[in-house]
Design a protein around this ligand. Structure first.
Ligand SMILES: Cc1cc2nc3c(=O)[nH]c(=O)nc-3n(C[C@H](O)[C@H](O)[C@H](O)COP(=O)(O)O)c2cc1C
Length: 232
């Protein structure tokens, strides 16, 4: 499965076979993350650890992320780790974003973790199995790209975004929804904006578009990421 195809099949997996993955698979995943380009001026650190480093572990492996606090920093973590999420599931494995997960040893710059491992939980059969907002509530236009982006995961499925399509440009803007926005606003929802950015970029690349720049912008309480691409 390509990463784009995985967008339509992935799911949050909460039940794992606790048998550790082989070293080669772990090395592949580690290398994949290391080779994933971060957003401009960002330098988040990732570590793959086994369950014994995590409080109440329910998966054999975890990717932990560490960064300084900030909107662009959190969005960068979402952007990189969502690529890892898609990659891991494209290998036929399960994964789960874990905003509630805690390392056993407290580390000040810890951001979030992603659980992964073997699982018998089936992939989704297709778009119809996703519980998501209709495209007209999250986007100023309907297209195959908007439909793929709409399937991005978010903390508590809060989908805190709006997409604006313009000539050679897509903007992912933070848009808090309902009660959840009070709880998730500061960190989780910024990670979510990075996750959505990854889905948009993956769908653009699937259409053969060349990405020119990806720019996070904070202005007062507003946060957005502008993706610009070669129309080709
Ligand atoms: C940033 C983030 C944090 C999340 N934290 C948790 C968590 O702590 N526990 C959990 O069971 N699911 C967690 N999830 C999974 C979401 O609930 C899930 O992605 C969403 O409901 C959509 O479902 P899907 O991933 O199966 O498409 C998190 C997801 C994201 C993106």
């Amino acid at each position: 499965m390509t990463l784009y195809e995985t967008i339509f099949k992935r799911r949050s997996v909460r039940k794992y076979d606790m048998t550790p993955l082989d070293e080669k698979t772990l090395d592949d995943i580690r290398e994949f993350i290391t080779n994933t380009r971060q957003l401009p001026e960002q330098n988040v650190r990732f570590e793959i650890v086994s369950g014994d480093k995590v409080k109440g572990a329910a998966a054999p492996h975890y990717i932990m992320s560490f960064c300084s606090p900030g909107d662009a920093e959190y969005a960068n973590v979402g952007y990189i780790l969502e690529k890892a999420d898609l990659y891991i599931q494209s290998l036929g494995l399960g994964s789960l974003w874990l905003g509630m997960g805690n390392p056993k040893e407290k580390e000040d710059d810890f951001c979030i973790m992603l659980a992964f491992g073997k699982s018998d939980v089936p992939f989704r059969a297709g778009e119809q199995e996703f519980n998501r907002l209709p495209v007209n509530e999250i986007s100023n236009s309907d297209s195959e790209l908007a439909q793929a982006a709409r399937l991005a995961p978010s903390a508590c499925n809060s989908q805190p975004w709006k997409l604006f399509f313009a000539d050679g440009r897509v903007t992912v803007r933070y848009f808090g929804r309902g009660l959840m926005k009070m709880i998730l606003k500061s960190k989780m929802n910024k990670i979510d904006i990075g996750i959505m950015t990854r889905h948009v970029v993956t769908a653009l690349e699937n259409e053969g578009k060349q990405i020119k720049s990806i720019t996070p912008k904070t202005s007062g309480k507003d946060f957005e990421i502008e993706i610009s691409y070669e129309k080709g």
